[in-house]
Design a protein around this ligand. Sequence first.
Ligand code: GDP
Length: 458
Amino acid sequence: MFEALGDRLTGVFDTLTGRGALSERDVDAAMREIRKALLEADVALPVVKDFVAKVRTETVGEKVIRAVKPGQQVVKIVNDALIQMLGGTLSDDDADMAAVRKSAELNLNAKPPVVILMAGLQGSGKTTTTGKLALFLKDRAKKKVMLASLDTNRPAAMEQLGMLAEKSGAGFLPIIKDQSPTEITTRALKEAAKGGYDVLFLDTAGRTTINEELMADVIAVARIAKPTETLLVADALTGQDAVETARRFNDALPLTGLVLTRIDGDGRGGAALSMKAVTGLPIKFLGTGEKLDGLEAFDAERLAGRILGQGDVVALVEKATALIDEKEAAIAAERMSKGQFDLNDLANQLGQMSKLGGMGGIMKLMPGMGKMKKQLDAAGGMDDKLLVRQRAIIMSMTQWERKNPKLIKASRKKRIAAGSGMDVSEVNKLLKMHRQMSDMMKKMGKGGMAGMAAQMAG
Ligand code: GDP
């Protein structure tokens, strides 16, 4: 989503870095470019003005002009200004960063069941997000979660939430026909308390536009439920409309935070970038896909890093540890360091890479890899189907072959190729890759994704 903006800003940095000193003209030109880049990313005008003014003031400061590498200082200034724009309240003091990160988390300190009210327009991803949050709280915070749907106008929406509850392992308040939203709320509070639930999500009705009836319903529910968190779910692809929606919901309902969905889409990012500055509300989560695990706790610092193309090792390592079985990884690492990396191990690695979103997913998250991925794409592509094809080749080998790749002769290669529907040349390519990887791993000592990520991070 933030790719175009990232590219533009990187372009500005490229013209600045490598210079011994910055003249006023350099700074002016850079600020003009930054301003254009933000406007093109659909950031609200007042936010852009503030941003550029702040960056300019700091850039023309004595320290930067006299610095040995002023360009790099500008990168840092823009980075910090971005963090602030995204919701950080940091001063120059980096110690404040920790506080900034924390601010995005949900408040679950009230007496259980803690009520989280979910609001938003129809189609914003509200119901899906409720399911994602349920899974998130269950997995990460070990909470017992109940979901209740208040969408009395749309039985399908209620059933959808029921299915998401089942998938995420959350409890679901049974549907009783013809109850009003407030009646359902009262019942949900009682049942959640009785069942010993820590958290109760109330998924309110979505409408296509904001109207008074919708607001009156939600306000009545909020009065009874006394939510600890009232989250607005907004579609990031709708840009400034999402910001306007948030403003109007916030006028009627004391929101505590936002969830921006469809960050995985290729919008320009303006909603995410101006939301906090315009509404004053913190973005708490980002929706990054249709599936239940497509949710990320919002982290201004990390997102700024991603926009500027400095990658996001934190996200990669987090994701890797969540997905990869630690014990399995330890055994694999041990085998690799001893040079026993066989094709079964390679098949496991390929599987893990697919889980992490394929090569594309991994590279997007790594520092400096954004550019490289683009070059590779231009050169014919990073084909994630390749991972699947390579695994298929290994799957049509016998166990003996997988353990003894060096002994695979031409006749066996032919059989393997036929069995997996590939050419012999592809089997050869795979074997060569395995050879290179096992050599590399022997050198690295420690193997596996975790080891690789650690190497990259270091
Ligand atoms: P609601 O009407 O607001 O409850 O919206 P739904 O939860 O039914 O979501 C509408 C559609 O958006 C569904 O097809 C979801 O799968 C999809 N969706 C929700 N969140 C995301 C997201 O973060 N990324 C993507 N790509 N799709 C999403």
